[in-house]
Design a protein around this ligand. Sequence first.
Ligand code: TXA
Ligand code: MG
Length: 338
Amino acid sequence: MIRSEPSVTADIIRAPTAAAVAEAARLLADGRLVAFPTETVYGLGGDATSDRAVAAIFAAKGRPRFNPLIAHVADVAAAERIACLDDRARRLAERFWPGPLTLVLPRRPEGGVSLLATAGLDTVAVRVPAHPVARALLTAFGRPVAGPSANPSGRVSPTSAAHVLEGLGGRVAMILDGGDCRVGVESTVLDLSGRNPALLRPGGLARDRIEALLGHVLAGAAPADPQRPTAPGQLASHYAPDRPVRLDAASVAADEALLAFGPDIPAGAAVTLQLSATGDLTEAAANLFAHLRRLDRPGLRAIAVSPIPETGLGEAINDRLRRAAAPRPAADGPSRFD
Ligand code: TXA
Ligand code: MG
């Protein structure tokens, strides 16, 4: 166990052992918050069956309570205890779980998930993450774990334990360090509660892989409906670094940083980081949030971003970048989301 600096209270547990995971599970059972690695981004975990723990998650992030949380479970059997899986859900789960896919399903009231976690809806978002540390934690805890990304609401999601410490260090009891996240963008959120599956948030599982399995094209999120939650995936400003973000940059100024993609990039930026020199979208997704953080430096006017194709994981990458570039709410205005 490595104690973090005196100014922050969380312990970062590097390469967690079974004993450390058991301790994390005890903390969860106690209503405390534990940051844990997943293959997408780090999660801010709390007992999904406890209103008190879920309230603590919302408070730690500064997240609006009408925005529901994902319940993470160890396997399909555990998912069946909190949600109703139909045929489509079972096929998707069998093919893509564990992995970066979240299914919005009819909630089983007897499943015990806190109504605060689901924002009072009759649906629940369920995911089985693939990271071995996440799976060990979920197995040890034995109950669903509510887990939004472990960052202050509205800011760039964490893909390393150091990112979590930076944003939420004093607000979690423990940080399990599972290394850098392999996927790098949040899970794809697919709503299966209606007749037609709807893509609520593009993410780490590309749309075409889901469409290939279902055998038809996916609908987008339905237009805003007052009966439904507003997903952060539908909110404008999100994933925001401090500096403004400029998209589709064909040229770059000397006081700008460049977030580059592919072999042909403009010269002249103050600093350049490559998402993928070969134009590989999987590599680009894995680098996206860490690079955005590293380019968010004082003294730079803006972060310029190379054009990125909309295919495959490009849909999720562009979604996050558009939100990073969107106009920000005023500092004293309504809080940022997620
Ligand atoms: O990759 C991920 O999904 C990460 C890791 C930690 O698992 N978690 C994550 O959680 O991104 P969060 O809370 O930031 O995003 C959950 C998304 C939000 O867009 C939320 O509005 C939506 O899922 N959501 C949750 N429950 C829902 C429900 N019952 N109906 C519709 N959307 C829901
Ligand atoms: Mg988030």
